[in-house]
Design a protein around this ligand. Structure first.
Ligand SMILES: Cc1cc2nc3c(=O)[nH]c(=O)nc-3n(C[C@H](O)[C@H](O)[C@H](O)COP(=O)(O)OP(=O)(O)OC[C@H]3O[C@@H](n4cnc5c(N)ncnc54)[C@H](O)[C@@H]3O)c2cc1C
Length: 493
């Protein structure tokens, strides 16, 4: 293979670095890839909920699903249950599935709302994975058969990084353990890294996966940070696991709104991950920890860890010969589990350029940076929507979120929805129109008037279509095993 870069150095062996090393070793066979990481510093180890695109990443790497599930204590994820976001006591589900046609006369949600017929059940009953989640069932169905749906995983983040690292090393990546104490600049950007014991690691392309330290792009090259915290003020998290309780294994993440942030619950096969993401300007760390402990399924099985972050990204994620993936390039608070997805997205763009064998041009690098900045902004807007639609006024955080100024891009989308039932999509969207609908519907945020196109369909026809779909979904779900039974069957094979 014609290789544009003779020696690629990946800095960091957390999820981002391990994903990069595995992708480079698989997509650029014969290339020299060196992974530098420090056991003393360790990894973040908290990214435990994912996004459905992770499955295509695993397919490209040739990963066997059962092998991966076994190695990482993984479970399946059909979406996220949001509790107490609009008002305390209410909940809704952000599904990875679909609601059929989204616009025009046959818009399923529109007809369901227009008929307002209690005998048709909840809108969620028109979506296969939403009903599966509510009954704790799981079965992978083929999308080719037309009745499939998207799903993702929960996993132990430390085991996941180790799993991919092992795969990368087996495919030829070299691992260097040691702490980087100096990043040496050269004409192309960075030329080499110096380790504590005097060893030097040279390269001609550097992938900065050093986490929040952003050793190369931030600290050495000084790329400015674009701060999103005026819209997304949470900036700390307590993370702590509890033992798994009982046989029930929810096939979804739960995000419960609290006084100054929200708490996650992520079920793994051997334990349950818990965390409280909060805004330090509205609550002190001690009170935030007490609120987390009160939320947990059982007593902690490890010391709670406090993590600090700022939501935003480096203005450019690719500068000279340095590309930052993961928190070293940018971080959006974890409400929609998008960090690993954004790593995957950047990695996909990078691999597309590298496989050509030519050094990317300035225009291609500019295009990469523009696309990543837009993708971050799209995901940012999606996350803001969850907060902005709240009817809560019971704490300083929620009052501020309900009235804050919005980015223009999001204000436009909200107007398009309110005025003309349009689920507007920009380029580089991370979330499709169904996801946007799930949040609007879940938060009870509807267009100001029904779409006139809906009245083209006779009510009896619409009712029949909704009844048929609801019954078909209910029958499919009733025949499925529980999530726990499905996992046990898969791992017994
Ligand atoms: C509270 C919280 C919850 C999250 N939840 C999710 C989630 O549900 N889903 C999701 O997708 N993402 C989530 N994330 C993000 C996710 O944790 C990260 O995207 C993911 O862990 C990747 O991080 P990383 O590999 O870039 O960094 P890290 O895991 O921090 O790894 C950094 C690596 O760089 C190395 N390193 C750093 N400095 C040096 C040095 N001087 N010398 C040598 N090596 C060095 C370290 O040793 C380590 O190997 C969450 C993040 C936070 C803060």
């Amino acid at each position: 293979m014609n290789l544009a870069y003779k020696r690629i150095v990946v800095v960091g062996g957390g999820a981002a670095g391990s994903m990069a090393a595995a992708a480079l070793a698989t997509g650029l066979p014969g290339s020299v890839v060196e992974l530098v990481e420090s056991e003393e510093i360790g990894i973040l180890g908290v990214g435990e909920a994912t996004f459905p695109s992770i499955r295509s990443f695993h397919q490209l790497l040739g990963i066997d699903e059962a092998d991966f599930v076994r190695a990482t204590n993984a479970t399946f994820k059909l979406g996220i249950e949001f509790r107490d976001w609009r008002v305390p006591g209410e909940s809704y589900f952000h599904t990875f599935g679909d609601f059929g046609v989204l616009s025009g006369p046959y818009a399923l949600w529109g007809q369901h709302r227009r008929l307002a017929d209690a005998s048709l059940g909840r809108l969620g009953e028109q979506c296969l994975p939403t009903l599966m989640a509510s009954q704790g069932r799981f079965q992978a169905l083929s999308t080719q058969a037309g009745n499939g749906f998207n799903y993702a995983y929960h996993f132990d983040a430390t085991l996941y990084a180790a799993y991919l690292r092992k795969l990368a090393l087996a495919r030829g990546v070299r691992r260097t353990e040691g702490r980087i104490v100096e990043v040496v600049r050269g004409p192309a950007g960075v030329s080499e890294l110096k380790l504590t014991d005097g060893r030097v690691v040279a390269g001609d392309l550097f992938i900065d996966c050093s986490g929040f330290a952003s050793l190369l792009l931030g600290a050495a090259l000084g790329e400015p940070f674009i701060d999103f915290s005026r819209w997304l003020p949470v900036d700390r998290a307590w993370a702590c696991p509890s033992a798994r309780v009982g046989d029930e294994l929810a096939p979804y993440t739960r995000a419960t709104a609290l006084e100054a942030g929200w708490a996650w619950r992520i079920p793994l096969r051997n334990r349950t991950g818990h965390g409280h993401v909060f805004a330090s300007r509205y609550i002190c760390e001690e009170r935030a920890l007490a609120q987390l402990l009160a939320q947990m399924d059982g007593p902690p099985i490890a010391e709670p860890r406090l993590l600090r972050f700022t939501t935003g990204h480096r203005a450019r994620m690719w500068v000279d010969n340095v590309i930052a993936l993961g928190p070293s390039g940018g971080f959006l608070e974890p409400l929609e589990s998008t960090s690993i997805f954004l790593v995957q997205s950047a990695l996909g763009r990078l691999m597309n350029l590298l496989v050509s064998g030519a050094v990317p041009s300035a225009a291609q690098v500019g295009d990469f940076n523009g696309a990543m900045a837009r993708q971050f902004a799209r995901v940012r807007d999606f996350i803001i929507l969850h907060y902005r639609l709240t009817a809560r006024r019971d704490s300083a955080l929620w009052s501020a979120m309900a009235t804050m100024d919005l980015p223009d891009t999001l204000a436009f989308k909200i107007r398009a929805w309110r005025q003309s039932s349009q689920l507007h999509q920009y380029d580089e969207e991370g979330f499709d129109a169904t996801s946007w609908l799930a949040i609007h519907a879940g938060m009870g945020h509807w267009p100001d008037r029904p779409d006139p196109a809906l009245s083209v369909v006779a009510p009896a026809v619409a009712r029949h279509a909704l009844q048929m779909r609801r019954e078909a979904i209910a029958a499919t779900v009733a025949a499925m095993p529980t999530h726990d039974a499905y996992l046990r069957g898969m791992l017994a094979r």
